[in-house]
Design a protein around this ligand. Structure first.
Ligand SMILES: Cc1cc2nc3c(=O)[nH]c(=O)nc-3n(C[C@H](O)[C@H](O)[C@H](O)COP(=O)(O)OP(=O)(O)OC[C@H]3O[C@@H](n4cnc5c(N)ncnc54)[C@H](O)[C@@H]3O)c2cc1C
Length: 355
């Protein structure tokens, strides 16, 4: 059976981002790479959005970017600017196409459907497939997004809505998220932060229909695309070995308080590429411990006090948007952390330290 220098298990966001980074930096000229990916066809299955706080290789896959956003709770709306860190939406269809076209050019890169097709004994393995067992204590960010089109102009394409809490909470945390791509098209998403014990929360189709028709007051539209997902708000189990490194969600690249993962994956790929010659001995790349600590407290508060969360998120955005964006994107300094922390209800957060 064929042997390879490197193996990437999972040709999704993290696996392909890493392969692309290695390829464009000419790290695969004299090395071989096998990518293990069971899907038979690549097509758009996700929309990755984030505040652009660092550079990445996929500006040409950005479907739309915004400099304004809003956050709202019943009867209150906060309009905010993100000029320094525009919010971008990457189309996964364009991302897969761009990377696969590039990887095809290098004969040292091969795709397989299953790892049993190759000999992996002497390879260095990058694994992006998490092993998550069902545990009803774990929190998830689960959601469904629908792209819709209208016949007449309806949306304000200059401003997206990050969180609209004016909806049924069902003893969890629930909000809608709207990304207007143009005056006549938008992604409307219903998002829950919960342990997924209440199956009624997964009745996404009727939630979104109700939101569009009765909250946005839009009756005439058609659905053109749908994506469903669940992001673990906990770190999947990670077994450390000398010749294997986890990447992507499996590698702890999700910011647990927000679910944002895409840009962390890009930074991790760059780090691996810079250290590829000595990857077995490179220091583990992880989200700064300060954020791991703060997110742990934040999620404890969320778990015990879901009814407080709309106000907590709303208050958070009363700090300068630049500060909050840096905080939520792992780029804040001590004073910026403090400015966000001081907006939080102190007693509730202090109590959470002892749950
Ligand atoms: C619908 C959706 C929307 C998201 N939106 C955002 C967003 O807006 N912003 C953001 O920052 N993050 C977002 N995320 C979170 C995160 O960025 C994505 O989940 C991202 O795709 C994670 O990359 P990954 O490589 O870890 O996993 P994936 O992209 O899921 O890749 C894993 C790959 O492994 C393959 N695979 C599965 N089983 C095996 C196996 N046994 N052997 C080999 N391969 C296997 C899968 O087919 C898949 O291609 C979203 C997640 C989802 C699900």
């Amino acid at each position: 059976m064929k042997e390879f220098d490197y193996i990437i298990i999972g040709g999704g966001c993290a696996g392909l981002s890493l392969a692309y980074e290695l390829e464009i930096n000419e790290k695969l000229k004299d090395k071989t790479l096998a990518i293990i990916e069971p899907r038979t066809e690549y097509k758009k299955d996700k929309t990755w959005s984030f505040w652009k706080v660092s550079t990445h290789n996929f500006d040409d896959c950005v479907k739309k970017s915004w400099k304004n956003f809003s956050v709202n709770i019943p009867k209150k709306t906060n309009y905010l600017e993100c000029i320094n860190y525009p919010y971008q939406s990457v189309d996964s269809g364009l991302f897969y196409e761009k990377i696969n076209n590039k990887l095809k050019e290098n004969k040292n890169i091969s795709f397989f459907k299953d790892i049993s097709e190759i000999n992996s004994k002497n390879s260095f393995v990058f694994n992006s497939v998490p092993s998550i067992k069902k545990d009803y204590h774990n929190l998830w960010q689960h959601f469904c997004g629908m792209e819709i089109e209208t016949q007449n102009d309806f949306f304000d394409e200059e401003i997206f809505n990050l969180m609209d809490f004016e909806c049924d909470q069902r003893e969890s945390v629930h909000f809608f998220y709207t990304l207007p791509y143009s005056k006549t098209s938008a992604l409307v998403e219903s998002t829950w932060l919960s342990k997924m014990n209440d199956s009624s929360q997964k009745d996404y189709d009727s939630q979104i229909k109700d939101y569009i028709e009765n909250h946005l007051n839009l009756k005439n539209y058609k659905i053109t695309y749908k994506e469903v997902g669940a992001i673990p708000l906990f770190y999947p189990p990670y077994e450390e070995t000398k010749n294997k490194l986890n990447i992507g969600t499996a590698g702890g690249m999700t910011r647990l308080s927000t679910g944002y993962t895409f840009l962390n994956i890009q930074e991790h790929s760059k780090y691996i590429c810079q250290n590829i010659e000595n990857i077995s001995n490179a220091k583990k790349f992880e989200i700064n411990k300060k954020y791991q600590f703060l997110d742990d407290i934040f999620l404890r508060v969320l778990d015990k006090n879901p009814e407080m969360m709309p106000d907590i998120f709303f208050k958070m955005f009363e700090s300068s948007p630049k500060t909050v964006i840096k905080f939520l994107s792992n780029k804040s300094n001590f004073f910026e952390d403090l400015s966000v922390i001081l907006k939080m209800p102190k007693l509730t957060f202090l109590r959470a330290l002892f749950y």
